[in-house]
Every structure is written in C-alpha cells, then in structure tokens.
Design a protein around this ligand. Structure first.
Ligand SMILES: C[S@@+](CC[C@H](N)C(=O)[O-])C[C@H]1O[C@@H](n2cnc3c(N)ncnc32)[C@H](O)[C@@H]1O
Length: 295
C-alpha cells in the first residue's frame, strides 16, 4: 500500500514534465484547431464577450495561451481561473501566462474537490485531462463545472485518450513499443517491482460515451469533432517520456526506467510501423476528440 501511495505521489509531483510535449508543434496545432472551432461556436451562438474563464487541469497553461491567441481582442479582458492539483504546474502556468492574462487566479485543487462560486464563469475549458478520471468522477466533475457556469455558458474539452484515438492500423505501433520497452528492461536487468501499483491509466472510453456524458450532466451537446494529427518522432518521444504515460504503459517498473525505455523505443518502432511524409520522416496518426456543450 505504501509503495502504491508513494508512486502516485511521485507522479503527481512530477506532472509538469508534460510541458515538453505541450510545446511540440503537433500538440499546439491540434489544440489550436480545437480552440478555433470552440471560439467559432461561441460567436455563432451570439457570445460577444467573456468575463470569467475557468481552465481545468491547467498544466503549463497551454490552453489558456491558445484561447487568448484565438479570442477577439475585446474579449481578452476576461478573468482566468487556472485550476490544477499540481502546485508545480500552477507555478509554471503563472510564469507563462502573466504577460497574457491581466486577471489571473490560481486554484490549487483537484477538479473533484473544486469549490468555486455557482454561476461565476462564462466558459470552462478542460484540455487533455478528462481521461485521468473514472467515469463516476467525470460525471460529478462535469456537473460541478455546470454549476460554476452562468446559464448558457460553455464547457469545452478535448482528449487524445478515447477509444477511437488510435486507429486500428496504428495499434501495432503501440504494441511494439511496449514489447521493445520490456526488452530494454530485461537487457538492463530491471525488474518489475510494484505489481500492486495502481497508476492512473488513461481511460479509452468511446466518443459516444463523451457525447452522452455531457447530456447526462444536464448540458446540451453542441458539437463533437475529431482531429487527426500526424505525430513524428520528437512528439512521440516527449509523450512517451511523460511519466503518467510511461507508467500507464509499463506498470510496476521504476518510473525513471519506464520513461527511458518508452522513449528509447520510439525510434526503432516508428522505423517499422510509421507512415512516411514527403520528407521521408516517419509518423503515426493519433486522433483528438473535441466536445462543446452548453449549460
Ligand atoms: C496532460 S496535462 C494537460 C494540461 C493542459 N490542460 C493542456 O491541455 O495542455 C494534465 C494536467 O492535469 C492535471 N490533473 C490531472 N488530474 C487532475 C485532477 N483530477 N484535477 C485537477 N488537475 C488534474 C495534472 O496535474 C496536469 O497538470
């Protein structure tokens, strides 16, 4: 039990090592596309300004940065609440966003425990984080977000961890990566230690589930879109080195070794399974789901 707790703590503390992946061109492009479509939806629905924005699972603040890049100039006076369970992430977000956002407030809390006043924000954005929660916690959290939204406010979220995110033809890439990484462990004499460790693994729930989830929480589903992203070696290396990703793929191994093994497996694996772009660089396509809902 103690081991499990320690491992969870280690990962929570180090969550901010997601930043290198969040800085890749592929990641920024797909999230920008999601956000542009969300801003279009708000305009189409007659929104003409924002007072309060809630950013759930802020991380390094990437979503807020991209939202502000995409908002009409006159909407940028909005106050922004950045919520994350990792204080390291919030520190990083603050340093990245202080030039962009005048009214920035940091909320150190999990979404499950969020207590912000009812009807206090116009939109909530939850980028790349909903899949960490169990289905029950997702529903409770979305209901909580709905209470925090003003009537007619919007919830926007996206994820690359849902059932259709990995097209069938790309599955051999994931299998080979884990196989190669396990071989790396053998070659380095590293043994599985924490067989009872319950790392929060990404949950691959289907698109249809997310569409009905928002309705179950009392929202109106406004839009669900999927974006395909051709991810190259650097992006795969960064996501594979993200501790939560590596720990989910290689359960029970020491986290630093899991990170090294998963990252080092990307190159040889892509050479076997990757498609080739016009410059002959290998890539694997991943899909992102973007959901828009209105309170
Ligand atoms: C993958 S990052 C996403 C960051 C950012 N939203 C983005 O889209 O780039 C996930 C972030 O979610 C935070 N997080 C994970 N589970 C959470 C929870 N239950 N409540 C609040 N934050 C959470 C982590 O601390 C981490 O900073």
């Amino acid at each position: 039990m103690q081991e499990t707790h320690k491992m969870k703590e280690e990962i929570t503390k180090e969550d901010y090592n997601y930043e290198p992946f969040a800085d890749t061109e592929e990641y920024r492009r797909v999230n920008r596309e999601c956000i542009n479509s969300w801003v279009e939806i708000m305009k189409q629905k007659g929104t003409n300004g924002l007072e309060g924005v809630l950013d759930v699972a802020t991380g390094a603040g990437t979503m807020v940065q991209l939202v502000f890049d995409s908002l009409p100039e006159s909407w940028k006076k909005a106050a922004v609440l950045c919520l994350d369970q990792s204080s390291e992430a919030l520190k990083l977000a603050q340093s990245k966003l202080e030039k962009t956002v005048d009214k920035l407030k940091l909320v150190h809390s999990s979404i499950e425990d969020m207590t912000i006043p009812d009807q206090s924000v116009d939109i909530a954005v939850w980028g790349n984080g909903i899949h960490y929660l169990s289905a029950g916690d997702q529903l409770d959290s979305i209901k909580r977000i709905r209470r925090a939204l003003k009537p007619g406010g919007f919830l926007f979220f996206n994820t690359a961890f849902y059932e259709e995110a990995r097209p069938a033809e790309t599955l051999p890439f994931y299998r080979t990566q884990v196989k190669t990484a396990v071989q790396y462990m053998r070659d380095h004499g590293i043994k599985r230690q924490k067989t009872d460790a319950k790392t929060e693994a990404a949950k691959f729930l289907p698109r249809a589930y997310y569409e009905s989830l928002v309705e179950e929480a009392g929202f109106k589903l406004v839009d669900a879109k999927e974006f395909a992203v051709d991810m190259h070696k650097e992006a795969w290396e960064y996501i594979s080195a993200f501790q939560q990703y590596a720990a989910g793929a290689l359960r029970g191994y020491p986290i630093d070794d899991a990170v090294n093994a998963m990252r080092d497996s990307v190159g040889p694996d892509l050479a076997i399974h990757g498609h080739r772009d016009k410059d002959d660089s290998p890539y694997i396509t991943r899909k992102w789901l973007a959901i828009s809902a209105q309170a």
